[in-house]
Design a protein around this ligand. Structure first.
Ligand SMILES: C[S@@+](CC[C@H](N)C(=O)[O-])C[C@H]1O[C@@H](n2cnc3c(N)ncnc32)[C@H](O)[C@@H]1O
Length: 207
């Protein structure tokens, strides 16, 4: 499949079952094709911020872990208490091969998560909060499962932030005193082969 079509193909999924089916088709080739066609740098750039805020012994949820690219980067930096969560069993099966995570949980962001309140010291989510994937309402459960004082870091396309309810949700959570904004990165391409698509990396602290 031609590369731009792959992104459109994922974005155009009509429901979570179709999205899971599409990721199941892509899972085995995901790492190679993503690098070849897009040069995705979300995990690396997010990790550069992550190390400023999260101690090495932290229990970390990788929300939408996929094949584990984020976990691989974090393990190299000394984080080894990692839980992988994703809606796609096939993507999680690929992640298991990497020996990076302690647990693998199939769950859907945007629905209630089967984790206790305050389960994690930090949550990280790269390339997941986007069109046809995890909605802005996902933040409610990510905040609930992160302990007070813990951090939530995620990548977000700038167009998605403006147009898909993220700006409103993020602002509302801050106004309600649920989290506070610690840092937002410059607008930058994280898909190096898509220089016109800009992302930001957001860092919040749960209050
Ligand atoms: C583009 S991949 C990113 C994977 C990984 N974080 C990375 O940086 O390579 C998006 C992942 O999010 C998962 N995903 C999409 N919507 C989701 C949702 N609502 N809940 C949980 N996972 C979701 C997909 O199954 C897929 O594995």
């Amino acid at each position: 499949m031609e590369k731009q079509n792959k992104i459109e193909w994922l974005f155009s999924s009509r429901n979570k079952e179709e999205l899971a089916e599409r990721y199941a088709q892509w899972a085995k080739d995901y790492d190679v094709e993503l690098e070849r066609d897009f040069e995705w740098r979300g995990p690396q750039r997010t990790a550069e911020l992550f190390i400023r805020y999260v101690p090495k012994e932290a229990r970390i949820l990788d929300a939408g872990a996929g094949t584990g690219l984020m976990g691989e980067v974090l393990l190299k930096l000394g984080y080894d208490n990692l839980v992988a969560m994703d809606l796609s069993e096939a993507m999680l099966e690929e992640a298991q091969k990497k020996n990076v995570y302690r647990e693998f949980r199939q769950m859907v962001m945007g629905e209630p998560l089967a984790f206790a309140t305050d389960s994690f010291d930090a949550v990280v989510s790269a390339g997941v909060l986007t069109v046809g994937h995890a909605p802005a309402s996902s933040f409610d459960e990510l905040v609930r499962t992160t302990r007070p004082g813990g951090h939530i870091l995620f990548t977000l396309r700038t167009d998605v932030y403006e147009d898909r309810g993220f700006k409103e949700k993020q602002t509302t959570l801050e106004a309600e005193g649920k989290w506070k904004l610690v840092k937002v990165s410059e607008k930058t391409p994280l898909l190096l082969k898509e220089p016109d698509v800009f992302h930001q990396i957001w860092v919040y602290q749960v209050t």
